[in-house]
Design a protein around this ligand. Structure first.
Ligand SMILES: Nc1ncnc2c1ncn2[C@@H]1O[C@H](COP(=O)(O)OP(=O)(O)O)[C@@H](O)[C@H]1O
Ligand SMILES: [Mg+2]
Length: 235
C-alpha cells in the first residue's frame, strides 16, 4: 500500500500506520512542539507535532502549516530535508537526516571551507526560491550530516516572498535575507567580524533590529543572569 500524506511525496510501506508516526524516539521538545524520530518500514522519518493546550496548540498548528507550505516551495533544493506532507494538518513528516546539530557538534566542522561554502549555496538557493530562513542564529537549526555537509531545518519562522506581495512583504523578506547572510558570517567567523575576507564583506549587512539587539544584549544578559546560568550549566 502506498499512503500519501496531504500534499506531495509518498510513503511506501505495507505496514505503514499513521498512528505509529506520531510516536517514536523523542528528539526534541521545542517552542513549536515535539519532534520524533520514527520509522515507516526501512525508511527513517522525522515527525513534528504541535503540542500544548488551547490556545498555544492552535498557534503551533498554524506555524506547522506555514512550515509545511515553506517546505513545498523548497522541494528539490539540496541541503533541505524532503517533506512527505502534513498529516491531518497536525503532523509534519520529514526525511530524517543522520546528523549532529551545529550546536551539538561543539566544534567547527572538519572541512570548514567546504562546509561554509555549501551552507552559503543553500541559503542563496532558498532566497532564489523566495524563502528566507530567519532563524539561523539558533545553531540547532543547522545540521551537519555524516559527510560533513550542512542541512537547514526548522522553517517555522521563515519569511516567504509572496507573488505580487506588498511593499511590507518585500521589505521583511529582504531584511530576513540579510539576517540569514549575517548569521552565516557570524558562524563562519565566530563573531570576529574584523577578520572578514574581502570576498565575504558584502554579505555582512546588520539590520537596524540586529544593531539594536546587539546594543541591548549586555543589559539583557545581566538582567537574566545569563552568564551565571551558562557557567552553572557547564559545571
Ligand atoms: N529532518 C531532521 N533530521 C534529523 N534531525 C532533525 C530533523 N528535524 C529536526 N531534527 C532534530 O530535532 C530538533 C528540533 O527540530 P526543529 O525543527 O528545530 O524544532 P523546533 O521548531 O521545536 O525548534 C533539531 O535541532 C534536530 O536535532
Ligand atoms: Mg529549531
Amino acid at each position: 500500500m502506498y499512503l500519501c500524506c496531504s500534499g506531495f511525496g509518498t510513503l511506501a510501506d505495507p505496514s505503514f500506520d499513521i498512528s505509529e508516526l506520531a510516536t517514536g524516539t523523542l528528539l526534541s521538545r521545542g517552542y513549536q512542539g515535539e519532534v520524533y524520530l520514527t520509522c515507516s518500514g526501512a525508511q527513517r522519518l522525522v515527525t513534528k507535532k504541535a503540542m500544548g493546550s488551547f490556545p498555544v496548540r492552535i498557534i503551533r498548528e498554524y506555524m506547522l502549516r506555514r512550515e509545511y507550505s515553506v517546505y513545498q516551495r523548497l522541494e528539490g533544493i539540496s541541503g533541505v530535508p524532503r517533506c512527505f506532507g502534513l498529516h491531518a494538518g497536525k503532523l509534519l513528516v520529514l526525511e530524517y537526516i543522520e546528523s549532529q546539530s551545529f550546536r551539538e557538534s561543539g566544534k567547527p566542522p572538519e572541512h570548514r571551507q567546504r562546509f561554509f561554502s555549501e551552507l552559503l549555496e543553500i541559503i542563496q538557493s532558498l532566497h532564489r526560491a523566495g524563502i528566507a530562513h530567519a532563524d539561523m542564529k539558533r545553531k540547532d537549526n543547522i545540521l551537519i550530516d555524516t559527510t560533513g555537509s550542512p542541512y537547514l531545518i526548522d522553517f517555522g519562522a521563515a519569511v516567504a516572498l509572496r507573488e505580487g506581495g506588498s511593499f511590507l512583504n518585500r521589505f521583511f523578506f529582504r531584511q530576513a535575507c540579510r539576517m540569514d547572510l549575517n548569521a552565516w558570517i557570524k558562524l563562519k567567523y565566530r563573531n570576529r567580524f574584523d577578520n572578514l575576507s574581502e570576498a565575504d564583506q558584502h554579505f555582512y549587512q546588520p539590520t537596524t533590529m540586529e544593531k539594536w539587539a546587539r546594543t541591548m544584549r549586555p543589559f539583557w544578559q545581566a538582567a537574566t543572569f545569563r552568564r551565571w546560568r551558562k557557567a552553572r550549566r557547564n559545571r
